[in-house]
Design a protein. Structure first.
Ligand code: C5P
Length: 303
């Protein structure tokens, strides 16, 4: 007997952090070439897809998350993902999507991209398409630079504008404090500030430090701490100077490393272990919502 067609499929997808974000000179298409090391961490959202009479999306916030800025129209990334896959596969039955948001919005954690990745996999499963992985990754790349990594997860290198994802060997488990800010930041605005800061300068082609690749392979958090970095951080700090305070407070509280996540304003603190992370979280909690997370975790997964 064939399995009955499911009426709802739920997929969980993780937040991403950039362990290292190397940014090159702006390209003619307005994007920046990246050499980044991604890690998926245990802050997740989930997307449920079920057949419907029209295309729609709803969203419920997780604890401490403000979803006021999440569009619920055709510009929603999860809905765009569903429509893109439908168009690609010739599916004409609409779906309704429901997002359970566990990843802060506009925080530099690729929360919208996680929704897009989750929606692609949920619809692929709901429609029993079995789309080849390479095609799903290609569609993901059309949706946004960080969407393919949402499918891949783990620790991975990102090149191109971030959409060319290659898994990295990672034998470790890393404990992070993720300090989120209730007021998000616009990714294009931070990249534009990066351009202003580098106006007239020669911006070298970005590279992932080999010490970082070695640290992940060895699973060595202390070595990793010595090689994390974010070329967007000066731009984020220009737009949000007050972020310098929690970054310093985390270091004063003995975090192994402190950096802005992606385009910000989320700040990340690498810790020795979960107990250490709890202490660092306590030390920075006056600056925002501090949660403890670990990585790497798997990419988008059917629940
Ligand atoms: O790819 P995505 O839609 O997530 O990118 C959002 C914006 O971030 C882009 O429109 C662009 O302004 C900026 N961006 C960039 N270079 C990248 C990725 C994103 O300039 N590699």
């Amino acid at each position: 007997m064939p399995e009955p067609t499911p009426t709802v499929v739920t997929v969980r997808a993780p937040a991403k952090i950039n362990l290292h974000l190397g940014v090159g000179p702006v390209r003619p298409d307005g994007f920046h070439p990246l050499a980044t090391a991604y890690q998926a961490i245990s802050l997740c959202s989930s997307v449920s897809a079920s057949p419907s009479t029209d295309w729609s999306v709803t969203c419920t916030p997780g604890e401490g998350i403000d979803v006021a800025a999440v569009p619920l129209d055709d510009s929603n990334l999860a809905l765009r993902a569903a429509r893109l896959l439908a168009e690609h596969a010739g599916v004409t039955t609409p779906v309704t999507l429901h997002i359970d948001k566990g990843i802060p919005v506009a925080g530099g954690l690729a929360g919208g991209s996680a929704d897009g990745a989750a929606a692609l996999l949920a619809c692929d499963t709901l429609w029993e398409l079995d789309t080849p992985r390479s095609t799903l990754l290609d569609l993901a790349g059309q949706l946004g630079s960080d969407v393919p990594f949402g499918l891949v997860g783990g620790s991975a290198a990102g090149h191109g504008r971030g959409e060319v994802v290659t898994p990295l060997t990672d034998t470790g488990r890393y404990d992070w404090v993720v300090l989120t800010d209730p007021v998000g930041m616009s990714t294009p605005a931070v990249y534009a500030e990066f351009d202003v800061l580098h106006d007239g300068l020669v911006v070298p082609d970005p590279e992932i430090p080999s010490a970082l690749v070695d640290a992940l392979a060895a699973g060595d958090a202390r070595a990793l701490a010595g090689s994390v970095g974010n070329d967007l951080q000066p731009a984020s700090l220009r737009l949000r100077p007050e972020l310098a305070e929690p970054l310093q407070a985390g270091l004063d509280a003995t975090a192994l490393a402190a950096l802005v996540s992606g385009s910000g304003p989320t700040c990340l603190f690498l810790c020795e272990d979960a107990d250490h992370a709890a202490r660092v979280a306590d030390a920075v909690s006056s600056y925002g919502r501090a949660v403890v997370a670990s990585g790497p975790v798997e990419g988008a997964t059917v629940l």
